[in-house]
Design a protein around this ligand. Structure first.
Ligand SMILES: *[C@@H]1O[C@H](CO)[C@@H](O)[C@H](O)[C@H]1NC(C)=O
Length: 260
């Protein structure tokens, strides 16, 4: 008669599982890091596609945080916009501002300070977590630094290059040896000059619900890249403004020199 005792327990577990499903609560996150060398490729007309507010420092020449999304591992679906009346305050982030400008910038044109980008991340995902603003943003930045994707790739001689392509296998191996099975590599295929080529655009990294650790992804997702991947350099002149005011005053060759 052992079965009759087990049955209520079984029913209870079943209910607990389906109730959790109904609530669609987040239980892990994905930190999305973009490679600005791809994001900021100039447009077909040579115009910059990335812009940074002249009043703030340029972002670092590194993988940058795009957002940190909340997911439900029971369904594998995004959990987003949990509160219609979301409030985003900038003051709690005062101590993080330098890091946010450096590693979580707004890149869209025309240039903006990052506030809209951070508000969107907070009100779409952060507010669905159990984290405070400071912990949501602070931990995302810490994990970006811990994953240290640029160095993980560099240590396997995968460095940004205009001419080289790298094998997707090598890129994935370099990431696995640094952060385990937490990462998915994403590419875009460009039109125009780079037509038909796969460009490394994002590394998406699975993160525990508390934002403290990198975890093996609950759903193994395949990369959308081809076997050969371009890893274009990111340079500051992609940002729609020179870094040094002096660069405004570079002397063009004289008419005479041009005529020779
Ligand atoms: C999400 O927003 C609501 C409404 O502003 C607030 O009551 C709640 O505490 C927020 N959640 C978090 C994790 O801050």
């Amino acid at each position: 008669m052992a079965g009759s005792k087990a049955l209520p327990t079984f029913c209870f577990l079943l209910c607990a599982a389906s109730c959790a499903l109904a609530a669609a609560s987040y239980d892990y996150m994905i930190l999305s890091l973009i490679w600005p060398g791809t994001r900021c490729q100039p447009g077909w007309n040579g115009k910059p596609t990335c812009c940074v507010d002249p009043l703030i420092d340029n972002p670092e020449l590194d993988f940058l945080v795009e957002t940190m999304e909340t997911y439900d591992s029971a369904t594998g679906k995004l959990v987003a916009k949990c509160e219609p009346s979301c409030r985003f305050l900038i003051n709690p982030l005062a101590d993080l501002m330098d890091d946010l400008y450096a590693y979580w910038p707004s890149l869209s044109c025309p240039a903006q300070n990052g506030k809209q980008v951070w508000k969107d991340a907070w009100c779409t995902y952060g507010n669905c977590t159990s984290l405070s603003e400071v912990n949501y943003f602070g931990r995302a930045l810490q994990l970006r630094a811990r994953a240290d994707v640029l160095h993980a790739l560099g240590s396997k001689a995968i460095i940004p290059s205009e001419t080289k392509s790298y094998s997707l296998d090598d890129i994935e191996d370099a990431l696995v040896s640094k952060i385990g099975f937490s990462a998915v590599v994403e590419c875009t295929t460009e039109m125009g000059v780079l037509s038909g080529k796969y460009l490394l655009s994002r590394i998406r990294i699975c993160v525990s619900a508390d934002g403290k650790s990198l975890i093996t992804c609950p759903f193994s997702r395949k990369s959308n890249c081809g076997r050969k991947v371009k890893f274009y350099p990111f340079t500051e002149n992609m940002l729609g403004r020179p870094r040094h005011p002096a660069a405004d005053h570079i002397e063009l060759p004289s008419d005479k020199a041009m005529a020779q």
